[in-house]
Structures are given as structure tokens and as C-alpha cells.
Write a protein that binds this ligand. Structure first.
Ligand SMILES: C[S@@+](CC[C@H](N)C(=O)[O-])C[C@H]1O[C@@H](n2cnc3c(N)ncnc32)[C@H](O)[C@@H]1O
Length: 162
């Protein structure tokens, strides 16, 4: 019994910690900032937002409620399953994809939403330029691109036109 619980605990810790090798650890965007991000994105119903590391799917759900199409990548298998299950009822509007967003070719999107860590912002800028998104609009919670002025800011969320 205790061995089983210990094993589950070890698996949980591993799932949440290995992701740190590839990106930001799990920390959800707060409700107020989710609303700010969607507002700041300026997207209209029918537009698509791409979330890099979608966690439990909360941003995708709010985006879908605003009439947007939302695509999220998630590398933590547990969070992927949670996001997948939570967003099932918005299946026509939300797609959750398992995998490492650095190694994927991104689908066309009108905006990209991220909650990363400072050391990854420059790498993200390079990846976005490489993906050749049309007029990429980037919404970032908490962290800024070094050397680039945000176009707008709201409640700790930054908007960029790259
Ligand atoms: C700071 S959390 C943000 C979660 C969610 N975007 C939110 O704002 O509520 C970062 C998320 O990205 C995921 N992640 C980190 N690196 C990743 C990668 N290379 N590919 C896909 N997901 C990644 C983590 O598992 C975690 O869920």
C-alpha cells in the first residue's frame, strides 16, 4: 500500500519536474490575467490563439468562451490529460496537442500566448520568427522580450507585435 503510494508520488514528481529541462515549470495564469491576456490580444471571434504550454487548459477554455479557436501544446502528460478532459466540451474550438512546442511546426494562428521564464524569451523570439507566422501577435504573462518594447501592457500581461 505505502509502496504503491510512494510510486505514484515519484511518478507525479517526475512528470512535473522533467518538463523544466524543456521550458517553464507548471504555474497557472491567474483568472484576472487570463481575462487581460484575451482582451489584450485584440482577437475577434473566429480567430486562433496558440498557447505554448497550456497547463490545465484554463486559458484555452476562456479563449473558447470568447469565441476564439484555441490550440495548446503541453509536455507534462498529467497536465495534457487534464487539459484534454477539461476542454472536451469545447472540442470544436479547442485542440490540445501533446508534445514539445520547440520541436513542432506550429499551426497558423493570429496570436501566441505564453507564460514562460525569462531565459526562454529570446529563444521564443527566434522560434516565432522561424515559424513565419503572419503578423505574429504575442501575449506574454509576467515576462518581456529583452530589448523589445511591448505595444501594450495590462495587469502584468504584455502584448508584442513581432
Ligand atoms: C508556467 S506554466 C503555464 C501554464 C499555462 N500556460 C497557464 O498560463 O496557465 C508552463 C507550462 O508549459 C509546459 N511546458 C513547459 N515546457 C514545455 C514544452 N517545451 N513544450 C510543451 N509544454 C511545455 C509546462 O508543463 C507547464 O504546464
Amino acid at each position: 500500500m505505502w509502496q504503491g503510494l510512494f510510486l505514484v508520488l515519484v511518478v507525479l514528481v517526475l512528470m512535473f519536474s522533467f518538463v523544466i529541462l524543456f521550458g517553464a515549470p507548471y504555474l497557472p495564469t491567474l483568472n484576472r490575467q487570463v481575462a487581460s491576456a484575451i482582451k489584450l490580444s485584440g482577437l475577434k471571434p473566429g480567430d486562433t490563439i496558440l498557447e505554448l504550454g497550456c497547463g490545465d487548459g484554463r486559458v484555452l477554455i476562456e479563449a473558447a468562451k470568447a469565441g476564439l479557436h484555441a490550440v495548446g501544446y503541453e509536455l507534462n502528460p498529467i497536465l495534457f490529460i487534464i487539459a484534454y478532459l477539461r476542454t472536451r466540451r469545447y472540442a470544436g474550438h479547442i485542440k490540445v496537442i501533446y508534445g514539445n512546442y520547440w520541436h513542432k511546426t506550429w499551426p497558423p494562428a493570429n496570436a501566441v500566448y505564453v507564460f514562460l521564464i525569462p531565459r526562454l524569451m529570446q529563444k521564443l523570439e527566434r522560434k516565432i520568427r522561424q515559424e513565419k507566422l503572419v503578423k505574429p501577435r504575442v501575449v506574454s504573462f509576467a515576462f518581456q522580450f529583452p530589448g523589445i518594447a511591448p505595444k501594450a501592457t495590462l495587469n502584468g500581461v504584455f502584448l508584442y507585435d513581432l
